[in-house]
Design a protein. Structure first.
Lengths: 140, 404
């Protein structure tokens, strides 16, 4: 599936919910399925800056696609990163670089997109794209 | 007679909704809300008096200057300073601290010692570290205990003839502990050290008497005491303020300028370079009037009642731990739920319209002491109610249910 397909799938899933509580509960559940980062990569240099909770992300090239794994000490943050990784993992670097992140707004989590928000969703997106740029450069 | 429902009518923001729910504002330790009486003063200032001060011959300028200087006198009276020129109006506590730290850089030498407490806000640690780097002075730290209190025996052992400055907050922002500043000042003076007290967290709850305390410097911010942001004060004993060099150069702070030499203005203008936050200063005076009209005894009694009520209700939640359990504390509760990150709790509470602070509260050393990433901090003011505390308790229970 393309990143856009996955994003539409996530939007569909979230459209079933009527209120914030159900949306958050679902996000928290998604966080529990996050592909966890291997402990050896839980290093200081893999921590995403700008988050009030700790977020570690690791990226690995498998063939011509990037696989992301991550973890956080806060469960809501874990849910957000799980949603991002679901859309971006196992994709070509170029597609990750070009992807937009409007779907976060469309699933009713707009408040997390504000750059002033301490959870650092913006930093997470930036970090995933940075990995993609780095790998894209290698491929070229 | 204190009636919280009447008081709440003074604060227009308290009737707004957040995420569709009535706002419950429990982030008072970060900033307090502003009553209509203070908002009116700001509007009135820009509507009728706006001019630059201390320099115009025209009527507006003189009226604005009078208003600003009256505000300084209100600050002086409130803190019981001996002279109004011992009150420097600044942009806030951080500015005030940096002003003193900068001044001390010319008075300290290698081997001198500065004592700070383990309960400090980052703004109270960093300027002194910078000062130590510049001068070769050494920073010493008064340790804290499990209850979040400073250990006075250790403080006494740190004092020596090398101690030049002691710096402690009156009340801890992260935990609410009221520190024994009278004792600290007395002991520091016995070895000839100066004392600077950060009253940012104390001033919404306590009316300090700088002469009775015999403190050398005392600093505070207007925005934590129902005033506007961007204005605060530094009290310094006249002799100390004369000894310290100016902090910033600019207009207002000079007596005479030639290209060969500038002579500085007298106190307080020596430390007030440039056009100040005039409306903010005037409104600071109005905020002081406002809280004094309610009265600090009334405020303390009411807030203590809220604190006791909230402590009891929150502790009834299984797995909830309160950090900062000194008997001597103000209406601040820092807490965590077992195995749940404070950020998650804060996010859920926000969806319920409840504003709390989460994180390390700019006091990472305290969090390191407890080996936690941060806490949820609910801080109460005299305009909060027990019904709002009930909403918080229900919110925490809901967060626990959703997050476990």
């Amino acid at each position: 599936m393309t990143i856009e397909d996955i994003q539409n799938e996530i939007i569909d899933e979230f459209s079933m919910f009527d209120d914030w509580e159900e949306r958050y509960q679902y996000m928290i559940d998604l966080g529990k399925d996050l592909p966890l980062i291997d402990d050896q990569y839980k290093t200081e240099s893999n921590i995403i800056k700008g988050c009030q909770s700790k977020v570690w992300v690791h990226a690995e090239m498998k063939g011509d696609k990037i696989t992301f794994t991550a973890d956080s000490d806060a469960i809501i943050t874990k849910g957000i990163i799980a949603i991002l990784i679901r859309a971006f993992s196992d994709q070509h670097p170029k597609d990750i670089i070009d992807a937009n992140t409007d779907f976060i707004d469309k699933i009713g989590l707009k408040e997390h997109l504000s750059p002033t928000r301490a959870n650092g969703l913006v930093s997470m997106v930036k970090q995933l794209k940075m990995y993609a740029i780095a790998y894209q450069t290698q491929l070229n | 007679m204190f009636n919280v429902q009447d008081i709440r009518k003074d604060f227009p923001i308290l009737s707004r909704k957040v995420n569709g729910k009535p706002l419950v504002y429990f982030d008072n330790a970060a900033t307090s809300q502003t009553p209509q009486q203070v908002i009116d003063v700001i509007v009135d200032y820009y509507t009728n008096y706006n001019a630059n001060i201390h320099r115009g011959v025209h009527t507006l300028s003189q009226e604005a200057t009078d208003l600003y200087e009256q505000a300084r006198q209100k600050v002086q009276t409130h803190f019981n300073a001996k002279f109004s020129h011992e009150i420097i109006l600044t942009s806030g506590t951080t500015h005030s601290i940096n002003l003193v730290a900068n001044g001390f850089s010319s008075l300290l030498k290698k081997g001198d010692e500065i004592i700070v407490s383990a309960l400090e806000h980052h703004s109270n640690i960093v300027p002194w570290q910078m000062l130590c780097e510049r001068t070769g002075a050494v920073l010493k730290v008064i340790p804290m205990n499990e209850d979040g209190e400073l250990v006075m025996n250790d403080f006494n052992n740190l004092l020596s003839k090398n101690t030049k400055l002691v710096f402690v907050n009156h009340i801890s922002n992260a935990l609410g502990t009221i520190n024994p500043i009278a004792y600290i000042i007395e002991k520091a003076h016995q070895v000839g050290a100066a004392v600077l007290i950060d009253g940012a967290q104390a001033c919404p709850h306590i009316k300090p008497d700088v002469q009775a305390l015999d403190v050398d410097f005392y600093v505070a911010s207007a925005h934590k005491m129902c005033g506007p942001t961007g204005v605060g004060m530094l009290y310094g004993k006249e002799a100390w303020l004369n000894k310290l060099p100016p902090y910033q150069g600019g207009g207002e702070m000079i007596a005479e300028v030639t290209f060969e030499k500038t002579t500085y203005a007298g106190l307080p203008h020596k430390f007030e370079a440039g056009t100040p936050n005039i409306a903010g200063g005037v409104a600071f005076g109005a905020a002081i009037d406002y809280i004094n009209n309610i009265g600090f005894d009334t405020i303390a009694a009411y807030e203590n009642d809220l604190l006791d009520y909230a402590t009891e209700k929150l502790l009834a939640i299984e797995g909830l731990k309160i950090y900062g359990t000194s008997k001597n504390k103000t209406s601040v509760i820092s807490f965590n739920l077992e195995n749940i990150h404070p950020y998650d709790i804060g996010t859920i509470l926000d969806k319920l319209g409840i504003a709390v602070r989460t994180g390390h509260h700019c006091a990472q050393p305290i969090m390191d002491f407890y080996r936690i990433p941060g806490t949820v901090r609910a801080s109460f003011s005299f305009y909060n109610t027990k019904e709002e505390i009930d909403a918080l308790v229900e919110g925490v229970k809901k967060a626990k249910m959703m997050l476990s």
